[in-house]
Ligand binder design. Structure first.
Ligand SMILES: *Cc1c(COP(=O)(O)O)cnc(C)c1O
Length: 385
């Protein structure tokens, strides 16, 4: 089966991890800082905090921005559940803003509408999580202007968007968001096995993220509250977690970062072949803003079901039957049983629900061979007529 996404691991990655195994540090050693520095400098942001996953980084971001009971976080329904769950971990509520049917990201127009109503009702969100769906940056200038007007903070879920550019600026630079989160799960742009990172311009947020990542404990003499001294002495100052990344993972991350530009170029090459060779089929190809650079984590096509006279399930199964591991990104989060128990229901976010009926992610990853790519395109032409 040709998967929809797959990591690329080479001998240099293996050597980098092995070198850490032979060193004194398996966790919380110098390689973590090297990896944080590599990602931060790539983004043009001064601070980065590596974590055990993007889910952990999203949770820490909400905590660092003081999200708690009585607060609300808004995000897009077309995302992985973690973009919403981070609010629930903090005892806050979650709500969604429908997607733009063209860009497939949270719609700034729908956001503004919902903010107007929420302001009257006294239920404004504290945080909006903007998800760069498929690696294409959302309209951050518009979302950030609304953040100024309505007083919410912004977390970018850039799990799909490492290496992407919004206009001329790297995603993560922090002009439009308080914190940007990346994922290093194997299907994402670069991998550490499991892993994530929170990137920020704010040194105060960096301190909070780092404190909460490691149990809320500090050993920094400048930060101790009690005045007690001694090399053994540490203080727990908040309720944190063990959300640390280990040095084995960070070594893989450093080695993967060296290949980031090559990974992006390979994804763009595949996408441009799909763009060209699928353009005659009964599908809508994924949106890309020519002013941005997408990281192209996914290549989600939309089936024109009325023309095809079949449903997405039958198209999906036809691809799978021919050994192509197409996938669906995503089941709208508000339709998950856990969220329905909170009162969400079909019809709440019609653009997201319509997109879900039509969505199909084709394989895209750096090691997809020309032969396999050709096979996917040919099979698509057979199935989607
Ligand atoms: C993968 C992903 C996450 C979670 O990442 P983990 O590193 O697996 O925790 C969160 N949000 C989005 C949009 C993702 O795609």
């Amino acid at each position: 089966m040709i998967p929809y996404g797959h990591q690329h691991i080479d001998e240099r990655d293996i050597a980098a991890v092995t070198a850490v195994l032979r060193s004194d540090w398996l966790t919380q050693g110098p390689t973590i800082e090297r990896f944080e520095e590599a990602v931060a400098s790539r983004c043009g942001a001064p601070h980065a905090v590596a974590t055990s996953s993007a889910t952990a980084a999203l949770h820490l971001s909400c905590r660092a921005l003081d999200l708690g009971p009585g607060d609300i976080l808004w995000t897009s329904p077309i995302t992985f559940v973690a973009s919403a769950n981070c609010a629930l971990y903090c005892g806050a509520q979650v709500d969604f803003v429908d997607i733009d049917p063209v860009t497939l990201s949270l719609s700034p127009a729908a956001l503004e509408e919902k903010l107007k109503k929420a302001k009257i009702a006294g239920r404004l969100p504290k945080i909006v999580v903007a998800v760069h769906f498929a690696g294409e940056p959302c309209d951050m200038a518009a979302i950030s202007a609304l953040g100024q007007a309505y007083g919410f903070r912004i977390v970018e879920d850039a799990s799909h968007a490492l290496g992407a550019r919004y206009g001329q600026e790297a995603v993560g630079a922090g002009t439009y968001a308080d914190i940007t989160v990346f994922s290093f799960h194997p299907v994402k742009i670069v991998t550490t096995g499991e892993g994530g990172m929170a990137v920020t311009r704010s040194s105060a947020l960096r301190e909070k993220l780092a404190l909460l990542r490691s149990h809320g404990i500090t050993r920094d003499p400048a930060r101790l509250q009690s005045g007690e001294t001694g090399a053994w002495y540490y203080e727990q100052q908040d309720l944190g977690y063990n959300y640390r990344m280990c040095d084995l993972q960070a070594a893989l991350g450093c080695s993967q970062m060296d290949k980031l530009d090559g990974f992006l170029a390979a994804r763009h090459r595949i996408a441009s072949i799909y763009d060209r060779r699928l353009s005659d089929l009964a599908v809508t190809l994924p949106y890309r803003n020519p002013g941005n650079l997408s990281a192209l984590h996914l290549y989600p096509i939309r089936l024109q079901l009325a023309e095809l006279e079949r449903d997405r399930k039958s198209v999906f199964e036809a691809f799978r039957a021919r050994g192509i591991g197409v996938n669906v990104h995503y089941i709208p989060v508000h339709l998950q049983p856990y969220f329905r128990k909170m009162g969400f229901a079909p019809g709440d976010f019609p653009n997201a629900e319509r997109y879900y009926q039509e969505a199909l992610s084709l394989p895209i990853f750096p090691d997809l061979s020309d032969g396999d790519l050709d096979y996917v395109v040919g099979t698509a032409a057979d199935i989607i007529r």
